[in-house]
Design a protein around this ligand. Structure first.
Ligand code: AMP
Length: 381
């Protein structure tokens, strides 16, 4: 087998060496910026025939696209100055190589792919101050105002960007990424641990989530709890959910999905989430995947707590004596919830197995024992 690609596409996120990058600036946006820059420079230089100088390696794409859009005679050449090593700007900058053309008396436009600290720019100003050029102009496709710490004039800026490491469109991370037609931004977000606790009603998801959330510093989202909170407070959502919950049926997907998303949004800085009681249908699971991918998150594992129906019914009826939950007090309603589970939720076992994310632990035993079993799965992730 021959593998040609050195970077891997993971959804919309790409991996170069050890780092992940997410799409940031599209090829179209770059095209618009370069078109505008070329027409502005053309307009300002009038009949002057400029020497466009690209600073390699990063500028090869921008120079190529720029000069194609430059509508008047011009000269094009490249010089080399290296300023990057890995992801941080290094202080040491190599000297210029490759300028073997007399630029004295000429209008020179330096075409840069990116200006961040301005170290390279300083070097360019230094070098060209001795070349007797008539006029020196600096044009850059990308500019990082937060990183720039020099007092040197930049005449043309394509796009201002935040101080984040980017790759693509000529820019590399340790040699990779230059060929990408669009710009990607480094993903600094730590990988979250998002766990789905899975199982029939009474399996102990809520009880275990309480322990796990402390142990792993996760946010526990129980859709059942959110519904009950809304019912207690007689909100619109509560009123809507009530009729379904009281019958032991599932609340419609759309309502539940929107609610779940709102709960995740409320906790943007979380280390991760424990989803308890969600997803309960394939539509919910698919929606969750799409939603999480959009947020650069994913499910680390779905862990099922297994127990037989008789044990579960016993537990639920026992809980019903104190929980006040009407759906726990009636064996017939409990059966309906089990039916709902068998029909709508159990297909998720295959769904998550296909993603290699399904784990199952014995849900019978002491609370501590079960927490240990769950922890063993999470620790091994
Ligand atoms: P629970 O506390 O998880 O047993 O949930 C109690 C009830 O809330 C369920 O029987 C459903 O009626 C409703 N519910 C909770 N989560 C969901 C969900 N993901 N989808 C649909 N209905 C849900």
């Amino acid at each position: 087998m021959v593998i040609f690609a050195t970077y891997k596409k993971i959804g919309k996120v790409i991996k170069l060496h050890d780092k992940y990058f997410k799409p940031f600036i599209s090829a179209q946006e770059i095209d618009v910026a370069i078109t505008k820059m070329a027409s502005k420079i053309s307009e300002e230089l009038g009949d002057e025939i400029p020497v466009f100088i690209g600073v390699l390696n990063g500028s090869f794409m921008v120079v190529s696209d720029f000069v194609k859009k430059y509508d008047k005679p011009c000269e094009v050449t490249f010089v080399k100055l290296a300023s990057y090593e890995g992801v941080s700007s290094t202080e040491e900058i190599q000297r210029l190589v490759g300028l073997n053309q007399d630029v004295s008396g000429r209008t020179v436009v330096i075409l840069e792919d990116i200006i961040d600290t301005g170290n390279t720019l300083e070097e360019i100003y230094d070098i060209f101050s001795e070349k007797g050029v008539k006029d020196l102009k600096i044009a850059t496709l990308f500019y990082k105002p937060e990183a720039y710490n020099k007092d040197l004039k930049i005449h043309y800026i394509g796009i201002e960007i935040p101080d984040k490491f980017i790759v693509g469109y000529g820019l590399d991370y340790d040699g990779l990424g230059r060929n990408l037609p669009e710009i990607y931004q480094i993903k600094n977000t730590q990988r979250m641990t998002n766990i789905v606790l899975f199982g029939k009603p009474g399996a102990g998801k809520g009880t275990q989530a309480e322990f796990l959330k402390t142990k792993y510093n996760l946010i526990h989202i129980s859709t059942g709890d959110v519904f009950r909170f809304n019912m207690k407070n007689d909100t619109e959502l509560g009123k809507l959910a009530k009729s379904y919950i009281e019958k032991g049926q599932l609340v419609p997907d759309e309502v539940t999905i929107n609610m779940l998303q709102a709960e995740v949004e409320k906790n943007r800085d979380a280390n991760g989430f424990i989803f308890d009681g969600f997803p309960r249908t394939t539509a919910q699971a698919k929606a969750l995947d799409v939603f999480l991918e959009d947020k650069e998150m994913d499910i680390a594992a779905t862990i099922a707590l297994e127990a037989n129906d008789d044990t579960l019914i016993e537990r639920l009826l026992e809980r019903g004596k104190t929980s006040g939950r009407a759906d726990d007090q009636d064996a017939a309603k409990i059966r309906i919830r089990f039916d709902e589970y068998n029909e709508k939720t159990s297909p998720l076992i295959d769904f998550y197995t296909a993603q290699n994310k399904f784990h199952s632990v014995n849900g019978i035993g002491t609370i501590d024992d079960i927490t240990s079993r769950l922890s063993a799965v999470i620790d091994a992730l």
